[in-house]
Design a protein around this ligand. Structure first.
Ligand code: ARG
Length: 262
């Protein structure tokens, strides 16, 4: 008799766990059972390896940002749903509440702080120049005067390049479009985030182009959050801190940047 009751209890407990999804994320809150699965709607412009990109062999989006937001979501007890949205459409999507947050190598700056909240910074980056290998006359940002330069639309690269006198800026949809334009001779240079340039040149084994040493700006990446969601900003920062403290952030960092001398 006791055995039977025990077996019944065990079956019930297992059933409940299975229903709750039992993700095994450490079970930080008991209330998550039966909460109906909270979803974090994330937007990202999937064109920015190694931060966000699509690998033909896999159906999930890959990259440092993707791993980080999935780890943060898991820590917060959310299911993470990632939508691919062109970079210049991300802030509008956030303002329209089509997404809750965006993670997309987004540089934290004052102009954007008018429109969104930012998490604590999660990656130190900066802008750099890529030219064709045989280029002899561009070494620094000042040398871009009077040149044709490709940048991704809506980015800090676009803003910065416009500040340099006499630059003819071509704003294209993706960094890949910018590099293509460089290779085919449509522009003299590309300005884009340094770690993305490095990854493009080294990892994709690209021939015929080189990255220059000159660094235009130091920039911090942050997760952007809908302006009204201070609650979410707090939750994200707390989860991020936890991942830094428990070594999970470092693991993700090493996975993507481990071998790089950046
Ligand atoms: N860091 C730059 C910015 O915030 C470029 C980001 C581009 N991100 C992307 N996924 N294409 O403007």
């Amino acid at each position: 008799m006791m055995k039977k009751i025990f077996a019944l209890c065990a079956a019930l407990v297992f059933g409940a766990m299975a229903l709750a999804g039992c993700g095994g994320s450490g079970g930080s809150s008991a209330s998550s059972a039966g909460s109906g699965g909270k979803v974090l709607k994330v937007g990202s412009s999937i064109d920015f390896a190694p931060f966000e990109f699509q690998d033909e062999t896999q159906k999930e989006y890959q990259g440092f940002d993707m791993d980080l937001i999935r780890a943060i979501g898991k820590e917060m007890g959310y299911e993470v749903e990632i939508q691919n949205i062109g970079f210049d459409g991300l802030i509008p999507a956030l303002e329209a509440k089509n997404i809750d947050v965006m993670i997309s190598g987004v540089t934290i700056n004052d102009e954007r702080k008018q429109k969104v909240l930012f998490s604590d910074p999660y990656y130190e980056s900066g802008l750099a120049i890529v030219v064709r290998e045989d280029n002899q006359d561009i070494h620094t940002f000042q040398d871009l005067k009077g040149k044709k330069v490709a940048v991704q639309i809506g980015t800090t690269s676009a803003t910065e390049v416009h500040k340099i006198e006499g630059v003819e800026a071509k704003e294209l949809n993706t960094p890949a479009d910018c590099f293509m334009e460089l290779k085919t001779g449509g522009v003299d240079a590309v300005v884009n985030d340094r770690p993305v340039n490095d990854y493009y040149i080294t990892k994709s084994n690209t021939k015929g182009v080189k990255g220059l040493q000159d660094f235009l700006t130091a920039e911090d990446y942050g997760i952007a959050i809908n302006k009204e969601r201070q609650d979410l900003q707090k939750e994200i920062n707390a989860a991020f801190k936890k991942l830094k403290d428990n070594g999970e952030y470092q693991k993700i960092y090493d996975k993507w940047f481990g071998g790089a001398k950046n």
